[in-house]
Design a protein around this ligand. Structure first.
Ligand SMILES: Cc1cc2nc3c(=O)[nH]c(=O)nc-3n(C[C@H](O)[C@H](O)[C@H](O)COP(=O)(O)OP(=O)(O)OC[C@H]3O[C@@H](n4cnc5c(N)ncnc54)[C@H](O)[C@@H]3O)c2cc1C
Length: 489
């Protein structure tokens, strides 16, 4: 750190950047202030209520952040309550002259930030935000005519052409001078915070290193198989900011440079997936209406079903389609679901059950450990056909064929739908086709031990086509059939 500090004390408010490494708010605070207070506001006690994978992940990420701050001699200062009231109170209690945080992109957070900014202004404290969540800002990658990209492939090409502009990652501060807790704040490990005790789990940077050394090189061949551990599973760390997106990108680029020519494709595909994330962030920034309505307004009139019972069967993983049920059970058990499976279940909800994608989006958002406004909304709208992919119905996923193609030996289904484990590979994705004797031999009679399919996919498909057609969307299909931007089907 160079130069003389311009502030006596700055609060760094930790939100979706739960890390000390490459944290621009922390880095700038260390540079700008003589003393830094790392602060966390919790609106609810994380030890209270139902233990879910999502709550547990956030809890351990906070423990990990506190541990890394302690390594540097400081620790998290915690306040229970809304940041709108806690930040001004903390600024006064600590005598802080500014509050630093990373910038967020979703409309809800932006509105809240405006309220926080006003509240802090009343106590004379500026609220300063630093770009963090994306590698390249939404305004940095635009079409030649200065408009935002609406289609992934040209966006990706423009993004990759400027990849050298991505800022380097900076290390965690080695030493942060400790500040004693002020009135209204507590230490994370104090007895008043029982939910925060426990060891920090294997951290995200270790996972990143492991994936780059073994895994990323074969990513291209393995990433589409839900039964195989072929993806990085970094998304939860990126969602809460426990790992910096710049660290991930630079690690991939460096590993690619040293990889064999055969492995490079894996790294390239991995980087392309990071660009999908960037793409959805810029869509959210330029078109914030996507959080409440279809990206493409012509799909606003789709007459979705409001069948709560079917929705519940989808959530419970009892649809009778093994690949769908395996995926939904994985989500509930782990708070994470494989990308291929996400597309299959999203297609099933919208195009087999004809239930609004927004119901699915909401359920995912509250259940996923990697819940992210931009990627979740983008993934749902893409699959529902209301978003940046221009093809509403030829991309109807057939759950049976998807299962046979991407889980050919039924490893994924056997893991999450154990009642089907006794069926042979040949029928594990359509166990209802096995005769009674085979079902009994497998230890599971369809209709008793496992449900029969809740809908006939072929009929549902015909209905989907009619629904989209009725919604006046036929005009888009001719061009849509030419825009196969992604090998999804
Ligand atoms: C319906 C639906 C909902 C989704 N919801 C989310 C969500 O809430 N949060 C989330 O992070 N991702 C979401 N995705 C995207 C994708 O499924 C996950 O990012 C991926 O499965 C995470 O696993 P991973 O870290 O092993 O990914 P990897 O395959 O290892 O990819 C590395 C990283 O690239 C990014 N990435 C990969 N695929 C995509 C993609 N299709 N779109 C955007 N970014 C991508 C992620 O940050 C991911 O961690 C959703 C996809 C669909 C179809």
């Amino acid at each position: 750190m160079t130069g003389s500090p311009s502030y006596g004390r700055v609060i760094v408010w930790f939100r979706r950047a739960l890390r000390a490494d490459d944290n621009p708010a922390l880095w700038h605070a260390m540079h700008d202030a003589a003393s830094v207070v790392p602060l966390l506001c919790l609106s609810e006690d994380p030890s209270y209520g139902q233990v879910t994978p999502r709550r547990e992940f956030i809890r351990t990420a906070i423990i990990g952040l506190d541990a890394s701050l302690r390594n540097a001699g400081s620790h998290l200062h915690c306040r229970m309550g809304s940041p709108e009231t806690e930040l001004p109170a903390a600024a006064q209690a600590y005598g802080a002259e500014a509050v630093y945080a990373v910038g967020l992109h979703d409309p809800g957070s932006l509105e809240r930030d405006a309220r926080i900014e006003r509240a802090l202004r009343t106590v004379g404290v500026p609220f300063v935000r630093f770009p963090d969540r994306v590698l390249r800002g939404a305004g940095d990658v635009m079409t030649g005519s200065g408009t935002p990209f609406r289609v992934y492939t040209p966006y990706k090409n423009a993004w990759l052409a400027g990849a050298d502009e991505v800022a380097p990652a900076v290390s965690a501060p080695r030493r942060i001078a400790p500040v004693p807790p002020a009135a209204g704040s507590t230490d994370l490990l104090s007895p008043g915070w029982p939910g925060m005790h426990g060891a920090a789990k294997k951290d995200g940077l270790a996972r990143l290193r492991a994936f780059m050394t073994a895994g990323a090189g074969q990513y291209d061949a393995r990433r589409d198989l839900p039964g195989v551990d072929g993806t990085s599973r970094l998304s939860p760390y990126l969602a809460v900011g426990a790992v910096s997106i710049r660290r991930v990108f630079h690690a991939a680029r460096e590993a690619r440079a040293g990889a064999s020519s055969g492995a490079r494709k894996g790294f390239d595909t991995f980087i392309n997936e990071l660009v999908w994330r960037e793409f959805y962030y810029q869509i959210l920034t330029h078109y914030p209406h996507v959080m409440r309505a279809p990206f493409r307004p012509e799909f606003a009139g789709i007459p979705w079903s409001a069948d709560e019972k079917s929705f519940r069967r989808w959530k419970d993983g009892t649809t009778g389609y093994p690949i769908v049920d395996a995926a939904m059970r994985q989500l509930r058990a782990e708070g994470w679901m494989h990308n291929r499976a996400r597309m299959i279940v999203a297609s099933f909800l919208t195009k087999d059950l004809h239930i609004n994608w927004q119901w699915g989006e909401q359920y995912f958002f509250t259940t996923l450990t990697d819940a992210d406004h931009a990627s979740n909304n983008g993934g749902w709208q893409w699959t529902a056909g209301t978003g940046t992919d221009a093809s509403p119905w030829f991309r109807i996923f057939n759950p049976l064929l998807q299962g046979k193609k991407f889980d050919p030996k039924g490893a994924y289904v056997r893991r999450y739908v154990p009642e089907l484990a006794g069926f042979s590979d040949a029928v594990i994705h359509d166990p209802w086709t096995a005769n009674r004797q085979e079902q009994e031999a497998a230890g599971c009679v369809i209709g008793r031990g496992y449900p029969a399919p809740m809908v006939d996919h072929a009929e549902a498909r015909v209905r989907t086509m009619a629904i989209y057609r009725m919604s006046g969307t036929t005009a888009s299909t001719a061009s849509a059939s030419r825009v196969r931007t992604r090998s999804q089907v």
